[in-house]
Design a protein around this ligand. Structure first.
Ligand SMILES: Nc1nc2c(ncn2[C@@H]2O[C@H](COP(=O)(O)OP(=O)(O)OP(=O)(O)O)[C@@H](O)[C@H]2O)c(=O)[nH]1
Ligand SMILES: [Mg+2]
Length: 339
C-alpha cells in the first residue's frame, strides 16, 4: 500500500508532462485540452539519502526505496462540480487520493490553448479551490439531510459548523477541528480536507503577480527534456532538476515518516507510515502477519546506526532498544520485528 497524490489542474497546464517527469512513463501529452481522460497511475521512488547511507554500511544484495503513488487526473474546468467538462467522474478520482498536487500554468505558448485566457496562477488556484469547495458543500448538504433524518445531533452540529466556514470560502483543512470532529467526518472524504501542494509551471517569465499558496516553481518542459540526460550531464550543462524537491514536499504534507528494515543483510528497504503509528502498524506494512503476531521489536535510530556502523555492533554495545506494542515509531528507525 502506498499513499497517493492526485495531480489536479485546468486542461493543458502540463499535468501529464509532470506525470511523465515523475514516473518516466510514456503518456499522452498534446496541445489539445482534455487529452487525458482515463487517469494515469504510477509509483514514484522517494529520494532518500539515509537509505543510501544505511546500504553503504550493510552492503545488502538489494536496496528498495519507498514509493508514493501519483495519479494524473483529467483537466478540471469551472462548473465541474455541476458536471461541466468531465465533471463528476474526475472529482471521484480526486476523492480517492490522500493528497492533492495542483498544477498551475505560468508558461506562455500560443500553440497550446490557454483555457483561462491569461497567465494567472493565483486565479487558477482560486478556480480549482472553488470547484472543490462547491463539491464539498454538495456532500455536506446531503449529509446534513441524512443526519437530520437520523437525529444525529452531534454530527449535525459539526456539519453545520463546517458548512458555514465553507460558505465563507474556507477549505476544510483550514478549519479548526478537534480529533472527535475529524473522526466524525472521516467517512465523507472531503476534497478540501486533503493536504495539498502546488507546482507553478513557468518558463522564462517569473513575474505573474503574487502567489499566496505553498508552491514550487518548475519548468516542466525543461524537466521533460532533461529526462534524456544523466545526472552528470546535467551538472556539466548547469541545469538542475527540482523533481526530487517536489517529491519530498509531497511526502512531507502527507505527514509520513520513513522506517527501515535490513532483513539480516539481504535487503535494505525503506517503508512509509503515518506519523504517530505504533510498532505493530509498522510491522503490518512489512508483512500482514507482523501486525497480528507482533510480540516485540528491536530498534535503533538511523542517527545512532551510522555511529556504530553495524547491527552486530549495535547489539554488542547495547544500542538496540527492545520495544513493545505501544512503541511509537520514529522517523529514521531501523526495525527488526519479532513474532
Ligand atoms: N512551452 C511550454 N509548453 C508546455 C509546458 N508544459 C507543458 N507544455 C505543453 O503543453 C501541452 C499540454 O501539456 P500536457 O502535459 O498534455 O497538459 P495536461 O495538463 O495534462 O492537459 P490535459 O490532459 O488536456 O488536461 C503539451 O503540448 C505540452 O508539451 C511548459 O512548461 N512550457
Ligand atoms: Mg493530461
Amino acid at each position: 500500500m502506498s499513499f497517493s497524490v492526485g495531480i489536479v489542474g485546468l486542461p493543458n497546464v502540463g499535468k501529464s508532462t509532470l506525470f511523465k517527469v515523475l514516473t518516466k512513463r510514456e503518456v499522452e501529452i498534446s496541445p489539445r485540452p482534455f487529452t487525458t481522460i482515463k487517469p494515469n497511475i504510477g509509483q514514484v521512488r522517494v529520494p532518500d539519502a539515509r537509505l543510501e547511507k544505511i546500504a553503504k554500511l550493510v552492503k545488502p544484495e538489494k536496496v528498495t526505496p519507498t514509493t508514493i503513488e501519483f495519479i494524473d487526473i483529467a483537466g478540471l474546468v469551472k462548473g465541474a462540480h455541476k458536471g461541466e467538462g468531465l465533471g463528476n467522474q474526475f472529482l471521484s478520482h480526486i476523492r480517492n487520493c490522500d493528497s492533492i498536487l495542483f498544477v498551475l500554468r505560468a508558461f506562455e505558448n500560443p500553440e497550446v490553448e490557454n483555457v483561462l485566457g491569461e497567465i494567472n496562477p493565483q486565479k487558477e488556484f482560486e478556480i480549482l479551490k472553488i470547484e472543490l469547495l462547491m463539491k464539498d458543500l454538495e456532500t455536506i448538504e446531503k449529509a446534513i439531510q441524512k443526519a437530520e433524518r437520523k437525529k444525529e445531533q452531534k454530527k449535525l452540529r459539526i456539519l453545520e459548523k463546517i458548512k458555514e466556514k465553507i460558505s465563507e470560502g474556507k477549505m476544510i483543512s483550514e478549519i479548526d477541528l478537534n480529533e472527535e470532529e475529524q473522526e466524525k467526518i472521516k467517512e465523507y472524504q472531503f476534497l478540501t480536507q486533503k493536504p495539498y501542494f502546488s507546482v507553478v509551471n513557468i518558463n522564462g517569465r517569473t513575474n505573474f503577480g503574487e502567489i499566496k499558496f505553498p508552491h514550487l516553481k518548475m519548468n516542466l518542459k525543461e524537466e521533460k527534456e532533461m529526462l534524456e540526460f544523466t545526472k552528470e550531464e546535467r551538472k556539466e550543462l548547469g541545469i538542475e532538476s527540482r523533481i526530487e524537491e517536489l517529491i519530498e514536499n509531497c511526502y512531507k504534507i502527507l505527514n509520513l515518516i520513513t522506517f527501515y528494515t535490513i532483513a539480516g543483510g539481504e535487503e535494505t528497504r525503506a517503508w512509509t507510515i503515518k506519523e504517530g503509528s505504533l510498532a505493530p502498524d509498522a510491522g503490518g506494512v512489512v508483512h500482514s502477519d507482523f501486525k497480528e503476531k507482533f510480540i516485540k521489536a528491536e530498534v535503533i535510530n538511523f542517527s545512532d546506526f551510522i555511529k556504530v556502523e553495524s547491527w552486530q555492533k549495535a547489539k554488542e554495545m547495547g544500542f538496540l532498544k527492545i520495544v513493545g506494542k505501544d512503541y511509537k515509531v520514529k522517523d529514521g528507525d531501523i526495525i527488526e520485528f519479532k513474532i
